[in-house]
Design a binder for this molecule. Structure first.
Ligand code: SF4
Length: 198
């Protein structure tokens, strides 16, 4: 019987060839996800951005660096976790001759979430952390309200016994001054709650 690491590698190879939605035509890399296939905690964002598309790795741009720093401050080590997205290829639209990130379409999410669901079946995490409101709306419940519901535990989800949503580091980066510091602290505070559950 294959180990979780072997199963994950086989899944990764399949996903690399995926052309199940139109994002296959514009991506540079399939950003499958990375980390520990035996992780107790899985972090899931909505989809990759420019730097992730360039490198094939999740959360590596400015937002990824902020996430890494927040994880460290919360006492979590990125290499012990598994980090991925719901949609594995970058969704873009052309604005003024430049490619901009856009939210994935419903059809793209529908086509892609099989990969995430297979990843979660292999890992069986104790805790699922949704990074940002869109991921929480897709994985926890529709119309998720970050202002009221971030940092709260959701028990008995289809994907893990416990789940929580935290602020997206890209949102934190869009804040200025005191608002930036406050949002960064909220992200760290929520990640600390995750660490305390382990
Ligand atoms: S976004 Fe998902 S479903 Fe669409 S091509 Fe990429 S891997 Fe396949």
């Amino acid at each position: 019987m294959a180990s979780p690491a072997e199963e994950m590698e086989a899944l990764r190879q399949q996903a690399f060839n995926c052309t199940d939605c139109d994002l296959a035509c514009t991506r540079r890399h399939v950003v499958f996800g990375e980390g520990n296939p035996y992780a107790e905690v899985v972090l899931v964002g909505e989809g990759p951005g420019e730097w992730e598309d360039r490198t094939g790795r999740p959360f590596v741009g400015r937002a990824g660096k902020l996430l890494d720093a927040a994880l460290k401050e919360a006492g979590l080590r990125r290499e012990e976790l598994y980090i991925t997205n719901i949609v594995k290829c970058r969704a873009t639209s052309e604005v003024g001759g430049r490619l901009r990130n856009r939210p994935p379409r419903v059809s793209e999410v529908r086509a892609c979430r099989k990969w995430l669901e297979a990843q979660l079946r292999i890992i069986h995490p104790e805790v699922l952390v949704c990074i940002g409101g869109p991921a929480a709306s897709l994985l926890l419940h529709k119309g998720f309200k970050m202002t009221d519901e971030r940092g709260k535990w959701f028990p008995d989800t289809p994907y893990a016994p416990l789940a929580m949503a935290v602020l997206h580091p890209a949102y934190v980066l869009r804040q200025d001054g005191e608002d930036f510091l406050r949002a960064r602290e909220l992200l760290i505070e929520d990640l600390r709650k995750v660490r305390e559950r382990l």
